[in-house]
Unconditional design. Structure first.
Length: 216
């Protein structure tokens, strides 16, 4: 009997470290690598060992939260720059109750974020640990359903996502995963595709994340 295929990751952390991984511990292991660890230890060398260990523990926990990015939100940010989707969003806003189905050709969405964690001891900054998370989505055979200026559902398609994590400017891990979209996947509440000012006041919402996104 063949083993079931692993579940598709839903977050950046699950993509990079796996769904069953103790993420803070996995990040701590990367922080202790020769190149990364030396740099950070150099900034913390004057601290007592217990304080230094506690600080690194806080960094890993904070990093896990900063990098726990929903993959659907990340790719949707790129779709806000897709001309066919934004045109459909404007049509459905102009005709309340209408639905537009957009057949998306093969395309790539890239997104990058650079969160950081600042370590304070007695109110003084002793170190700043900078992370970089890049995600690249190769998408094909996707049909998007648009209503009221929002992406409300995805009809079967395929996606290859590649995630890379950098610490202090050094790439420390890269992982890939296939994500298949069988049938129809409804997106609860829909995803806004236009500027918030294009929507009636009662249905506006702010984007989930600040990030740099490109699409081609």
């Amino acid at each position: 009997m063949s083993s079931p295929a692993p579940a598709a990751p839903h977050t950046g952390l699950a993509l990079l470290f796996g769904p069953d991984q103790e993420t803070p511990a996995a990040i701590a292991q990367r922080l202790r690598s020769a190149d990364i660890g030396t740099d950070i230890r150099g900034a913390l060398h004057s601290l007592p060992p217990l304080t230094r260990d506690a600080a690194l523990g806080q960094v890993t926990t904070a990093a896990a939260g900063l990098l726990d990015i929903n993959l659907a939100d990340a790719v949707a940010a790129g779709w806000r720059k897709h001309a066919d989707l934004t045109a459909a969003a404007r049509r459905t806003l102009a005709a309340p109750g209408s639905t537009d189905l957009v057949d998306l050709a093969s395309h790539r969405v890239s997104t990058a974020q650079e969160p950081y964690v600042t370590i304070l001891v007695d109110g003084h900054r002793v170190a700043t640990v900078r992370f970089g998370l890049s995600l690249a989505f190769e998408i094909s055979s996707l049909l998007a359903e648009i209503q009221g200026g929002r992406l409300v559902a995805l009809h079967s398609g395929r996606c290859m996502v590649t995630g890379t994590l950098a610490i202090q400017g050094i790439n420390v891990i890269t992982r890939q995963a296939h994500i298949d979209l069988p049938g129809v996947i409804a997106l609860r509440g829909g995803i806004r595709l236009l500027s918030v000012h294009d929507y009636p006041a009662g249905v506006r919402s702010e984007p989930a994340h600040d990030q740099v996104t490109t699409i081609r």
